[in-house]
Each structure stands twice: as C-alpha cells, then as structure tokens.
Design a protein around this ligand. Sequence first.
Ligand code: PMP
Length: 469
Amino acid sequence: HPEPDLPAPRRTTREWQAADAAHFLHPFTDHQALASRGVRVITRGEGIYVWDSEGHRILDAMSGLWCVNVGYGQPALVEAAARQMTQLPYYNAFFQTTTPVAVALAEKLAALAPEGFQHVFFTNSGSEANDTNLRLVRRYWDLLGQPERRVVISRENAYHGSTLAAASLGGMPDMHAQGGLPIPGIVHVGQPHQWAHRDGAARGLDADAFGRLAAQWLEDKILALGPKTVAAFIAEPVQGAGGVIVPPASYWPEVQRICDRYDILLISDEVICGFGRTGRWWGCETVGSRPDLMTFAKGVTSGYVPLGGVMVGERVARVLIERGGEFEHGFTYSGHPVACAVALANLALIEELDLVRRVREDTGPWLAERLATLRDHPLVGDVQSCGLMAAVQLAREPRTGAAFDPAHAVGMACRRHCFDGGLVMRAVGDRMIVAPPLVITRAEIDEMVGLVRQALDRTLEEARAAGWV
Ligand code: PMP
C-alpha cells in the first residue's frame, strides 16, 4: 500500500489521529466523540475507490461529498490545474479586469445551461452561491421598485449550505438552533417527502395527489404572506442531503405554475443535481422546471478544486445590467483561474465520456433495477432513485412502514457496517443514501449493491441481537 508522499511526513494511523484530534476542528462533527473513536485517514483515490491509511480499499458510493463525479485520479484535471498555475495562478475579476480562462468557463456554462441563461456569477462554494442568490433576488426587486418583495420561501429539511444566509435558507432545525437562525425574511414549507408524511398528510394519497398537496403548501404560504412580499422560492430539484427525496412527478409542474402565477423568482439549487447526476445536465431539466437562477458547485470541478456559482437567467441579468449601478457583492476568488481551468477540463471530460447520457440511459436505470432487488430485505421499507442518486429507507416493519426507535440509531449502525465492509454510504436518520461517481460501470454498481445488501444483513443481525426488531 503506497503511503502518501505529499507534504506531510510519514506517520502511523494512530499518530495521524492524535495530531488530527489535537488541531483539526472538522465540519459537522462532535469533536469529543470523534477524538474518542479516532478519525479515518484517507490517503489515496483511483476511479470510484479510495484507500485509508491502513491500506483498506473503500468503494466511495458518495463521490466524496456528492462531488467527485468523474472519479478520482483523472490526469486531464491535474494537468489543467498545473498548466494554469504555471501561466497565471491568480488574478482577480474586480476593477475592470478578467482572465481568458474565466471568460471561457462562463461561455461554456452558458452553452450548457437551459435556454435563457447567458450569465454566471462565480463563487467558491455552494453556500456562497446561495448567499449570492439571496442578495441577487433582493437587488432585483429593489431595482424594479418593489423592495417590499423580500421574503424567500424554502423548504423544511432542505440543505443549502452553512453560512448564515445559506443555513437560514436550509431547513435543518439543528442548524437553526445554533446561532438563532433563520435570519429574518426566510420562511419554510413542507417537502414532497411521501415516506416522511406517510402517517400524516400523505395518508391515503397516491403519489400524484401527494405531489399536488405538497405544492399547495407553497401556494398557501404565498397567500398567507401576501404575494407582493415574496421575492423567490428556492429548492433542489431532487433533495439530496435531506435524504435523496425524489418528488412525485406532479410536484414540480405545480410549483412552476404557482411561481408563474405570483411572479415569484424560482431558484433551482443544482449543487448536487447539476452536471449529470440526474441524467441531464441540470436537475431542473429532469423534473421539468424553468428556474430564473441556478446554484451550482461540487460537480462543476468534480471537487478537484473548490468552485461554485450562480447561473443568472436573463430575467434577472437584464435588470441587473440594464438598470445598473454596482452590485456590491463578490469574492477575492470569484472566477479563480485555476478553478476555472479545472472546471473546463472536467466539463470536457464529462462530454468526452458521454457521462450525462450514460447516467440517463444506462447506469441510472441499472442502479434503479439493482436497488429494487433490495426491496425484499426485511429492513427495507422503500427505495427511491433518480439518475445516480438513491435512497434505501430502513424500517422496523417494512410492510406497515413502522419506523425504528430513533434512539437505536439504526442508520448509523448500518453506516458502520458499510464502512467495515469497504463501502462509503451515508445515513440520514434511517435513510441510507448513495450517489456514486458518474463514471461507475454496471459491474461496479453490482459490486456496490452487493456491499449494500451485506451491510443490511449485518445491520439486521445487530438489530435482532439487540431486540430492536
Ligand atoms: N446546496 C446544496 C443542495 C448542497 O447539497 C450543498 C452542499 N452539500 C450546498 C448547497 C452547500 O455547498 P458548499 O458545501 O459547497 O458550501
């Protein structure tokens, strides 16, 4: 097993863990718990696999954090970064300057985006892009002389990032509880999550009826607030971090109708769904919405370097440009040349490998078919997928949908068994999710689903031994 030969000295796993616990505050982590367990040290990646410092090979069914879409170890991206760093590692886009590589990426993104998108605002992350969205929509309505349109509607259980504005746009109660969020002017409605509502609003409804009901929650909220106070609605086409929640087919057309009816801007957060994950370049194309703004990050560079941004539709861009004045917003690294060079190489590779079509016509349907074979497992209550993102819902009694006692943390137990079996899968409560690199093959999907079944079997054994079932 090759040790990393990069800047850090060679150390044993225990030494890395001790140094990590001493100095590294991790994102979304209980540090006391982490220090007592010891962190897993990942040293290398190739294709859909990563290796840890103990030499274990792990199938990365989460593409890092939903981002390594072209897989690990793609030389074209590395070479693009090295070339750009040699020629011009940095220059800014403030003060009447630009760089050819940032212009080329903006042009490329405009060509890939649905009709009506000609402009892009670059950021470093999805969170910053959603902060940008909040400022953009308020600026837009101010310029149109309707400053009273300030409220942005989002959804419960949504994830839109971790800055103050992005965490406020998100609908995660635990995040809101820390730091007094959401900030004013952001409200939330329910999600089209049929499984979660099975004992309540969704009881007795088929998928279509439930989808229309969930869209109605948006209209009800708009009417309660007063349509002239609402600036925008933000949502992911398919909710990712909340648990890969694939909405009923009736949901998005209704949402679009409602946004149109009240003249409300639609923001499609494409941070996970963008760049082929759902089998189209953009998730909005899969679900059939027509957003005014699109948030992107992650897949634009396959995570090799940080880059995010907002695709700004002409409805907003024209007002911003023609009614003018300075938009007082931006980042040192907006349009960072190295990030843009890597993005261009990444997008070229996605095209060369025909990954978007492959997800739509080959690997996406294959994943759905293979995951469906898990439906007979005594722990599986539901399976949902869209392209190469999928959820396996664990249930104590799959037939009735009865849930496990949350105190038993069955999802976390399953995630542990995944890791032990050489598979990275994520747990959102008792919902197990996958989003493998888009380069995954049918044979690798078979291997992945085999590992999922094995982890489910071990989880079932543990649940039986502990008396949870
Ligand atoms: N929006 C969505 C839909 C996301 O999934 C994420 C990250 N998981 C973000 C925004 C935030 O992106 P970042 O972590 O790059 O700030």
